[in-house]
Write a protein that binds this ligand. Structure first.
Ligand code: HPA
Length: 273
């Protein structure tokens, strides 16, 4: 049985479903971590923790951002039937008004990563082979004018309103390579070029979802002010503030998945056609 809706958990979110089946999928790009399938907010969903170890039944924070096999994760969810993915992500804030504990429904990204695999279409696979669509090109350039699904973003915004959490309707996410945090000089630069929040995982996840015609949006949780805007940045603080926001985040996600339409009117599912 297909699972239309998937949730990807970032740092701090490793388990979401109380009762779940567990699967590990083999993909042409490698194994996925454990994927949990069960009911959440009354909707059948698949949950994947992006920092969990591929091929392992154990789910923990074990894979650093630059080593995540994003292609296996996204392809695995597609194979399960995912049409919509909501991702969660911890992030640092570059703007005073985006405070720790706030949620940001990001709408743009800037890619500052260095060593990742960014595409399914690396000159060896066609969309026909990968997606079954009528396109046999070996070179595929997708449009990312609107990288995040407008329908899912609207649903997340409405869910934040309904649950009553502090949120920001948009934000530009700069993705760094990590695993180190940034220098204050880098943060000043990112701020000057238009970034609002910083994290290490949204790229290439958002791109790969789009390359497989999956509706994808991210709800980012601000866990700290970025380097130079507070005394220092620590992993402990990121996890602690994320954990404090967890109950609210779970409520927002529950409300959101309930509102995912049977049929989308946006064009994310035609990114490659
Ligand atoms: N930088 C990068 N990634 C992060 C941060 C940060 O300050 N906070 C949470 N994830």
């Amino acid at each position: 049985m297909k699972v239309r809706v998937a949730i990807i958990g970032g740092s701090g979110l490793y388990k979401l479903l109380e009762k779940a089946e567990h699967v590990i999928l083999d993909t042409p790009f490698g194994k996925t971590p454990r994927i949990d399938i069960g009911y959440f907010g009354g909707v059948r969903v698949a949950f994947l923790a992006r920092h969990a170890m591929p091929g392992s039944m154990k789910v923990a924070h074990e894979v650093p951002p630059h080593r995540i096999n994003f292609r296996a994760n996204i392809y695995g969810l597609k194979k399960l039937g995912a049409e919509a993915i909501i991702a969660t992500s911890a992030c640092g804030s570059l703007r005073r008004e985006l405070e720790p504990g706030d949620f940001v429904i990001i709408d743009q990204f800037i890619d500052m990563t260095k060593s990742r695999t960014y595409t399914f279409y690396d000159g060896t696979t066609t969309p026909k082979e990968l997606l079954g669509v009528d396109k046999e090109d070996l070179v595929v350039h997708i449009d990312v004018t609107e990288p995040y699904c407008p329908t899912l973003r609207r649903i997340l915004i409405e869910a934040c309103k309904k649950v009553g959490v502090k949120y920001h309707e948009r934000g530009c996410y700069v993705c760094t390579e990590g695993p180190r945090f940034e220098t204050p000089a880098e943060i000043r630069f990112f701020s000057a070029i238009g970034a609002d929040v910083v994290g290490m995982t949204n790229v290439p996840e958002v791109i790969l979802a789009r390359e497989l015609n999956i509706h994808y949006a991210t709800i980012a949780v601000v866990t700290n002010y970025a380097a130079g805007l507070q005394r220092k940045v620590t992993q402990e603080e990121v996890i602690e503030i994320f954990n404090r926001s967890m109950k609210k985040l779970v409520k927002v996600l529950e409300e959101a998945v309930r509102n995912i339409p049977g049929k989308f009117t946006c064009e994310c599912d035609k990114a490659v056609h």
